[in-house]
Write a protein that binds this ligand. Structure first.
Ligand code: HEC
Ligand code: HEC
Ligand code: HEC
Ligand code: HEC
Ligand code: HEC
Length: 475
């Protein structure tokens, strides 16, 4: 391009505000890209939603700017042709170019250093993932007050390193678009259901060592009956967790050399008609099939390799059932266990349907208040602050487990650790999965735990251990 033709082009470009603005957008987009991209490519930013920035927002700005430049150019040319505008001289053009560069560079530095950098840093936080978008409210709420509340969302949902970043950014971008267009499912599918969970070897096992051995873990489980006295009891289980050696719960499924694969016939993986056990150390390979499963149907099903999250699928999004949540609250005193019929009444109000969080926060306390006012006038007169406390605890329980607008309710997300509330371990350990020789996956009550006490008022073992006085239920 010779200088003579370059000059009019520059002159025309700087003559119309549309092309000036377009040029500013283009440079700003390029500048923002330069700020975000390096960290992105190195895998330093793990947030999937930053992809929206890099792949959609910035390119849109870039191309909008690019499109505005010829528009301004031709408008300016037409104005020149019709004599509406005089051709700018070289000095004016140069002055405009200088002002343009001065202003856009200043703005870009400001945007790049202040806005872009901070936006990216902010997008890495739990607050961004969990609170910016109300769709995540159930998971964010259930992430509070668990052993993993300080583990970031990206710590479990994005594979470390550069390997998984593109997939995660693409998925994140698509999810954000679904939210923008109000096109997401309610309730949203569990991560395993939608097959989007990063393998536990890249998340859980970054912090937990699979070979770690825990011979026993003692669990003390409180429960209250629905009689007038809310009769309290405790179950004490010694969980045979095990570990490194192929023994105990962990050793049996994830011990060295062991691989268990299974086929599931539903997306939530609650129905498992086929299980294969392989132990490379002993050379043992067995396949167990459910009594009613046909080989042709099994062949067509997707298979998975057992990992931490097949049992611990709710390590942090620990949604509760009403009975469990109320038992726990009564055990720790949040709900006074001496209020007559409080257990029964609590379950009743929690199992009622409310149209929204606000509706529940208003109606639950009102129902509890009315119950004691009408049925136990003496208790109501003397213990109003305890009644208010129970009512508050109940609306809290409801609101951290039920999200009417997102269609998340009691039991929406099954917990696979156990067998009393959901099928859990008994999806396979039901005595109905057997190998060709007749051997079945064990349902023996003592292979997973020793039940030291089952629903006893004051288990002897807790006295022996010297912990009875620390448990409020034991009188
Ligand atoms: C300790 C690991 C861990 C952390 C930390 C974590 N998640 Fe999860 N998340 C999981 C697992 C495991 C599942 C799969 C549950 C299933 O499929 O049953 C899941 C599932 C989900 C789902 C799908 C819906 C559901 O409940 O199954 C969403 C949405 C989600 N997580 C969002 C978040 C958000 C937002 C944060 C941060 C506030 C977060 N997660 C932090 C492990 C984690
Ligand atoms: C960033 C590190 C980190 C990651 C990732 C992580 N955990 Fe943990 N986890 C911990 C720590 C630390 C504790 C102990 C917390 C405590 O005792 O308060 C813990 C505790 C636990 C416990 C015992 C829970 C309890 O209530 O005592 C289980 C089970 C567990 N993790 C499973 C998992 C599973 C399954 C995953 C993957 C989905 C996972 N963890 C991912 C750090 C992590
Ligand atoms: C076959 C199901 C199963 C699998 C697979 C499994 N766990 Fe567990 N795990 C359990 C059970 C059951 C307990 C006892 C929980 C209880 O009752 O508190 C337990 C206990 C734990 C504990 C607490 C005990 C302790 O040592 O402090 C941690 C942490 C844990 N598991 C982490 C993991 C991790 C990490 C993986 C994957 C490497 C994993 N588990 C795989 C069933 C499983
Ligand atoms: C996907 C199927 C599956 C699920 C779900 C499952 N297991 Fe297993 N489990 C197996 C298989 C297969 C074996 C090994 C059977 C064999 O030795 O041939 C096994 C073995 C065991 C053993 C050793 C039994 C023995 O006789 O020594 C224990 C303990 C155990 N499981 C506990 C659990 C617990 C606790 C859970 C739930 C938290 C659970 N399992 C969930 C498939 C499963
Ligand atoms: C495959 C392993 C496995 C087998 C077999 C098994 N359990 Fe369990 N059981 C568990 C796990 C895991 C839990 C949950 C522990 C927890 O809450 O951390 C549990 C919990 C329980 C609880 C406590 C329930 C509650 O209120 O929380 C009782 C009671 C119980 N089991 C009884 C039995 C009986 C009776 C049998 C024999 C029919 C049996 N279990 C067989 C793994 C097993």
């Amino acid at each position: 391009m010779n200088p003579k033709s370059a000059r009019p082009v520059l002159a025309l470009l700087t003559s119309h505000w549309i092309s000036i603005f377009g040029a500013a957008l283009v440079t700003t987009a390029v500048f923002s890209w330069l700020f975000v991209l390096p960290a992105h490519v190195h895998g330093n930013t793990s947030n999937p939603y930053i992809g929206l920035f890099v792949f959609i927002f910035i390119p849109v700005v870039f191309f909008a700017g690019l499109a505005m430049m010829p528009v301004g150019f031709f408008l300016a040319k037409r104005q020149l042709a019709t004599g509406l505008r005089a051709a700018p001289d070289r000095k004016t053009t140069m002055r405009r170019v200088a002002i343009f560069f001065g202003v856009t560079t200043f703005l870009n530095l400001l945007i790049g250093t202040q806005f872009t950098y901070r936006a990216v840093a902010h997008m890495e936080t739990v607050q961004f993932c969990g609170q910016t978008c109300h769709v995540m409210k159930p998971e964010f709420t259930a992430h509070q007050n668990t052993a993993h509340s300080r583990v970031t969302c990206t710590g479990c949902h994005v594979a470390p390193g550069a390997s998984g970043w593109l997939a995660s950014k693409m998925a994140g971008t698509r999810q954000l678009m679904d939210v923008v267009f109000n096109n997401f499912p309610r309730p949203i599918a569990s991560a395993m259901e939608s097959n989007r969970l990063v393998p536990a070897s890249q998340t859980c096992e970054e912090c937990h060592w699979p070979e770690r051995t825990t011979p026993v873990k003692v669990r003390v489980i409180p429960s209250f009956k629905d009689d007038e006295n809310n009769t309290a009891s405790l179950t004490v289980l010694s969980m045979l967790v095990g570990g490194g050696k192929p023994g105990g719960i962990h050793g049996a499924h994830i011990g060295p050399g062991i691989e268990i694969r299974y086929a599931a016939s539903d997306a939530k993986r609650q129905s498992i008609p086929w299980v294969e056990y392989r132990n490379s150390a002993t050379g043992k390979t067995v396949a167990y099939s459910a009594a009613d499963a046909k080989p042709e149907t099994i062949k067509a099903l997707p298979t998975f390799t057992m990992q931490c999250v097949d049992c611990h699928n709710r390590p942090t999004h620990a949604f509760e059932l009403p009975e469990r949540a109320v038992d726990a609250a009564m055990a720790d005193g949040g709900i006074p266990a001496t209020l007559p019929f409080i257990k029964k009444k609590s379950i009743q109000v929690l199992r009622t349907e409310y149209t929204s969080t606000e509706d529940a926060s208003a109606k639950i306390p009102a129902a509890i208040d009315a119950y004691y006012r009408q049925t136990y006038a003496d208790v109501y007169a003397k213990r109003s602050s305890e009644i208010t406390r129970a009512a508050k605890a109940l609306s809290d329980i409801y609101n951290r487990n039920v999200f009417p607008d997102l269609k998340v309710t009691w039991g929406t997300y099954p917990n696979n650790l156990g067998h009393t509330d959901y099928p859990g371990c008994f999806r396979c350990h039901d005595q109905a999965h057997s190998a060709p020789g007749g051997a079945a996956i064990s349902q023996d009550c003592n292979v997973c735990h020793q039940a030291v006490a089952v629903e006893e008022a004051a288990p002897e073992v807790l006295k022996t251990l010297g912990v009875a006085e620390h448990l409020t239920q034991i009188k």
